[in-house]
Structure formats: structure tokens, C-alpha cells
Design a protein around this ligand. Structure first.
Ligand code: HEC
Ligand code: HEC
Ligand code: HEC
Ligand code: HEC
Ligand code: HEC
Ligand code: HEC
Ligand code: HEC
Ligand code: HEC
Length: 243
């Protein structure tokens, strides 16, 4: 009897494994692919990539904001170039630092994270035909892997507060100007009752001095943790208080 149920359990798990494997291999791939083997390749390469200069003709505001950012400069950034020279497989670096990178040929179409990296290759019928806009954190996280992982475990992730709820995508800045406290105050009371908050209220200390404190790190391939769990510990009190 015992042997029979063991055999049954084995048969059932075998069937499950076969089905999952089949689904994984045969599932049709859409236009928008978030895959592990192709980081940063969000769109199929079938489209005809143009250039930010074309978008600029009609979207000068977005262009002006974007052209000042690290997205625009992601390939030519001198810090990136330094790490690129040391990389064992430099081709892998280009996947997220360029637009339209093809893993098969190692070629890319445009330098940097351009308009078309996020909105897809230009559609000749645009503006009659609209361009793609994806607003999900998973989209940003296809390149911003570390930050996505941090965010997913955070209360912001659980409450579905997205990257673009805090970041203005084209400038990359926190979307409320002046200090980031204005941003936090949109959803959180600035005068939280706990002592650590009361003590610093009005002392010119920002919420992110404690809640987005990045510990000293040695970059791995140029990348670091970005503290997007937003948890504050008491570990960093000593940065400002010696006693
Ligand atoms: C999965 C996407 C992805 C890949 C692959 C990737 N990067 Fe990056 N890289 C990013 C993102 C996103 C940032 C910006 C924020 C951050 O650090 O998380 C970044 C930032 C950097 C920076 C920091 C630039 C600065 O001015 O501080 C360096 C340096 C860098 N990358 C080097 C590399 C190298 C070298 C490789 C290949 C070994 C590589 N990257 C591969 C996504 C990627
Ligand atoms: C990092 C990804 C990213 C890049 C790069 C990017 N966009 Fe966007 N864009 C977005 C997202 C996400 C939205 C939706 C924003 C929202 O709803 O808050 C958007 C919105 C827009 C809109 C709608 C109006 C608006 O401003 O919200 C236009 C037009 C646009 N982008 C054009 C451009 C152009 C032109 C460029 C290049 C100069 C560009 N974008 C670069 C992600 C990007
Ligand atoms: C010939 C002018 C023109 C060019 C070139 C152009 N756009 Fe647009 N685009 C428009 C107009 C008009 C709209 C609708 C009004 C608006 O939202 O600004 C629009 C809307 C958009 C939107 C909002 C969503 C939508 O499609 O309605 C995005 C995103 C966008 N464009 C991205 C781009 C990108 C990226 C490029 C370059 C690859 C580009 N556009 C080139 C005229 C243009
Ligand atoms: C195609 C890959 C890619 C996508 C998609 C992408 N990013 Fe980035 N992002 C990068 C890279 C690469 C850098 C770093 C460039 C550098 O410093 O050399 C970066 C830098 C940034 C920075 C500035 C970091 C700094 O240290 O200055 C912010 C903020 C940011 N991205 C937010 C976003 C948001 C929000 C989204 C989604 C709407 C997004 N990104 C989508 C690749 C991407
Ligand atoms: C609750 C608001 C909030 C959310 C949600 C959020 N961010 Fe941020 N992020 C910030 C603030 C504030 C900064 C500090 C930058 C500043 O001072 O302008 C920052 C900084 C960054 C940086 C620069 C980090 C560095 O080390 O230089 C990157 C990259 C970034 N965010 C990407 C993302 C991505 C990708 C997501 C979504 C997965 C996201 N952020 C979600 C508020 C947020
Ligand atoms: C768009 C709204 C929004 C913005 C902007 C925002 N938050 Fe939040 N935050 C939330 C929500 C919603 C939660 C989840 C609350 C819960 O789980 O009860 C949260 C949770 C948190 C938590 C965890 C609270 C806990 O109970 O553990 C911290 C810490 C936090 N936010 C800090 C910040 C900081 C710092 C900023 C500014 C950089 C910020 N938030 C900006 C909406 C926001
Ligand atoms: C001096 C450091 C420090 C500063 C500045 C600070 N916090 Fe905190 N905060 C903490 C610590 C420590 C905790 C408790 C640990 C935790 O929950 O992450 C906390 C907890 C929180 C919580 C969760 C507890 C609750 O009452 O819901 C929120 C939300 C929060 N902080 C938001 C903010 C906002 C918004 C600001 C800016 C106005 C801010 N914090 C400034 C250190 C700080
Ligand atoms: C970014 C710097 C900074 C950080 C980080 C920081 N503080 Fe402060 N703290 C200050 C400043 C500035 C003041 C106001 C000036 C003063 O009274 O020393 C202050 C005041 C205080 C006070 C009131 C002191 C008094 O004599 O009235 C207490 C208590 C305090 N902090 C505790 C903490 C704790 C606990 C943490 C860690 C969760 C922390 N601080 C993290 C900068 C900081």
C-alpha cells in the first residue's frame, strides 16, 4: 500500500515537471520580452530604430530633459568605460547601456538608454499610431535589477508604489522639486511621532539621509546596492553623532 502511494506521488510529480517544461519551452513570446538571457532587450529587434534626434523634432521638452541624464550618457560615461575595459565579457555590459543590443551579433543600434529603449522602435505611422508606454517597475527593473529586488521586498513594493510615482522618467530626478522631503510628504506626514523623527524635525536632516542611506560599498562591475528598501536602521546614527 505504502509503495503504491509512493509510486503515485512519483508519477504525479513527473507529469507536473513535463507540463511545466513544455509550457516554458513552447509558450509564445510576445513583443515585450523580459528575459534573463537578454537583459535590457525589452523590444523585438524587428522594428526600425531611428534616433532621439527624430523624436526631438516633435518632443523637444522630453528631449531636453533626457539629454542631460545618465541614461543619455550610459555608454560614454567615463566611469562605465573604465569598468568596461576591465570586464571579462564586455559584450554583456552593452545590453543595458545601449539601445537595440543584439546578443546574437554583439551589435547595438544606438548608444545609451534612448527614447526607443523605453518606447520601442519608432513606428512609421506615429503619431497616428501611438508609441508604447510601459509604467511598471518590472520594466525599469529589467535593467535596474538590484533596485527592483530591493523595492520588491519593501513596503513600497508591497503597496505597489511604482518607480515613476517617485521618479520623473525623463529627468530621472525625484519628481517633487526642492528637497526629496517634499516627495515623501506627498504620502507621509513629515512630523512622524517617533523620537528619531521629532529630534531631527527642523534640523535640516532629510528623510533619505536615514531611509536611503547607502553604506560604503565596493562596486561589482561598477554596480552597487541602492538602498531602495527604504528601511532605516540605527547603524547610521554614528555617521553624524559621535557619542
Ligand atoms: C542588467 C542591466 C545591466 C547590465 C548587464 C550592466 N549594467 Fe551597468 N548599470 C546598469 C544600471 C541600471 C546602472 C545604474 C544604477 C545602478 O548602479 O544600479 C548601471 C550603472 C553602471 C555603472 C555606474 C556608472 C556611474 O557613473 O556611476 C558602471 C560603471 C557600470 N554600470 C558598468 C557596467 C559594466 C562594466 C557592465 C558589464 C560587466 C555592466 N555595467 C552591465 C545596468 C546594467
Ligand atoms: C527610462 C525610460 C524612458 C526614456 C529613456 C524615455 N521615456 Fe518617455 N516615457 C517613459 C515613461 C515610463 C512614460 C510615462 C510617464 C508617466 O506616465 O508618468 C513616458 C512618457 C512619454 C511621453 C508622454 C508625455 C509625457 O511626458 O508623459 C512622451 C511624449 C515621451 N515619453 C517621449 C519620450 C522621448 C521623446 C524620449 C527621448 C528623448 C523619451 N520619452 C525617453 C519612459 C521613458
Ligand atoms: C512628427 C512628429 C512626431 C515625431 C517625429 C515623434 N512624435 Fe511622438 N507624438 C507626436 C504627437 C503629435 C503625439 C500626441 C500628442 C502628445 O502626446 O504629445 C505623440 C505622442 C507620443 C507619445 C505618447 C503616447 C502616444 O503615442 O500617444 C510617446 C511615448 C511618443 N510620442 C514617443 C515618441 C518617440 C519615442 C519618438 C521618436 C522615436 C517620437 N514620439 C517621434 C508627434 C511625434
Ligand atoms: C535599457 C536599460 C534601462 C532601462 C529600461 C531603465 N534604465 Fe535607468 N539607468 C540605466 C543605466 C545603464 C543607468 C546608468 C547610466 C550611467 O550612469 O552610466 C541608469 C540610470 C538611472 C538613474 C540615475 C542613477 C544615477 O546614479 O544617477 C535613475 C534614477 C534611473 N535610471 C531610473 C530609471 C527608471 C525610473 C526607469 C523606468 C521608467 C529606468 N531607469 C529604466 C538603464 C536603464
Ligand atoms: C518612494 C519613492 C521611490 C521609489 C518607489 C523608487 N525610488 Fe529610486 N530614488 C528615490 C529617491 C528619493 C532617490 C534619491 C535621488 C535623489 O536625491 O534625487 C532615488 C534614487 C534612485 C537611483 C540612484 C541610486 C544611486 O545609487 O545613485 C536609482 C538608479 C533609482 N532610484 C531607481 C529606481 C527604480 C528602478 C525604482 C523602481 C524599481 C525606484 N527607484 C523606486 C525614490 C524612489
Ligand atoms: C506615492 C506615495 C508615497 C511616496 C511618494 C513615498 N511613500 Fe513611503 N510608503 C508609501 C506607502 C503606501 C507605504 C506602505 C504603508 C504601509 O504598508 O502601511 C510606504 C511605506 C514606507 C515606509 C515603511 C513604513 C513601515 O511601516 O515600515 C518607509 C520607511 C517609507 N515609506 C519612507 C518613505 C520615504 C523616505 C519617502 C520619500 C523618499 C517615501 N516613503 C515616499 C507611500 C509613499
Ligand atoms: C535620523 C534618521 C531618520 C530620519 C531623518 C527620518 N527617519 Fe523615518 N525612521 C527612522 C528609523 C530609525 C525608523 C524605525 C525603523 C524603520 O521602521 O525603518 C523610522 C521609521 C519610519 C517610518 C515607519 C514608522 C511609522 O511611523 O510608520 C516611516 C513611515 C518613516 N520613518 C518616514 C520618514 C519620513 C517621511 C521622514 C522625513 C520627514 C523620515 N522618516 C526621516 C529614522 C529616520
Ligand atoms: C545626517 C546626519 C544625522 C543622522 C544620520 C542622524 N542624526 Fe540625529 N541629529 C542630527 C542633527 C544635525 C541634529 C540636530 C543638532 C543637534 O542637536 O545635534 C540631530 C539631533 C538628534 C537628537 C537630539 C539631540 C539633542 O541633543 O537634542 C537625537 C536624540 C538624535 N539626533 C538621534 C539620532 C538617532 C537615534 C539617529 C539614528 C537613527 C540619528 N540621530 C541619525 C544629525 C543626524
Amino acid at each position: 500500500m505504502r509503495q503504491r502511494s509512493q509510486w503515485l506521488a512519483f508519477a504525479v510529480s513527473f507529469v507536473i515537471v513535463v507540463i511545466t517544461l513544455g509550457l516554458t519551452l513552447l509558450w509564445p513570446q510576445g513583443d515585450l520580452v523580459f528575459s534573463d538571457s537578454d537583459p535590457g532587450r525589452l523590444f523585438s529587434l524587428l522594428g526600425d530604430y531611428q534616433s532621439p534626434q527624430l523624436c526631438r523634432e516633435c518632443h523637444s521638452e522630453q528631449f531636453e530633459s533626457w539629454s542631460q541624464t545618465t541614461h543619455a550618457n550610459a555608454l560614454f560615461d567615463p566611469i562605465f568605460r573604465t569598468y568596461l575595459e576591465q570586464a571579462e565579457r564586455p559584450g554583456e555590459c552593452l545590453a543595458c547601456h545601449t539601445t537595440g543590443y543584439d546578443t546574437a551579433t554583439g551589435q547595438f543600434v544606438l548608444a545609451g538608454v534612448t527614447c526607443e529603449a523605453c518606447h520601442g522602435p519608432y513606428r512609421p505611422q506615429h503619431p497616428e499610431e501611438s508609441m508604447t508606454i510601459v509604467r511598471s517597475p518590472e520594466f525599469c527593473g529589467d535593467c535596474h535589477r538590484v533596485t527592483l529586488a530591493e523595492w520588491q521586498t519593501s513596503r513600497h513594493g508591497i503597496a505597489a508604489i511604482r518607480c515613476i510615482d517617485c521618479h520623473e522618467v525623463h529627468t530621472q530626478q525625484a519628481h517633487a522639486a526642492a528637497t526629496t522631503n517634499t516627495l515623501c510628504a506627498e504620502c507621509h506626514r513629515p512630523d512622524i511621532a517617533e523620537p528619531q523623527h521629532q529630534a531631527h524635525n527642523g534640523a535640516g536632516i532629510l528623510c533619505i539621509d536615514c531611509h536611503l542611506d547607502r553604506p560604503d560599498q565596493i562596486p561589482v562591475n561598477g554596480h552597487m546596492l541602492t538602498a531602495h528598501s527604504f528601511t532605516a536602521t540605527r547603524d547610521n546614527c554614528g555617521e553624524c553623532h559621535v557619542e
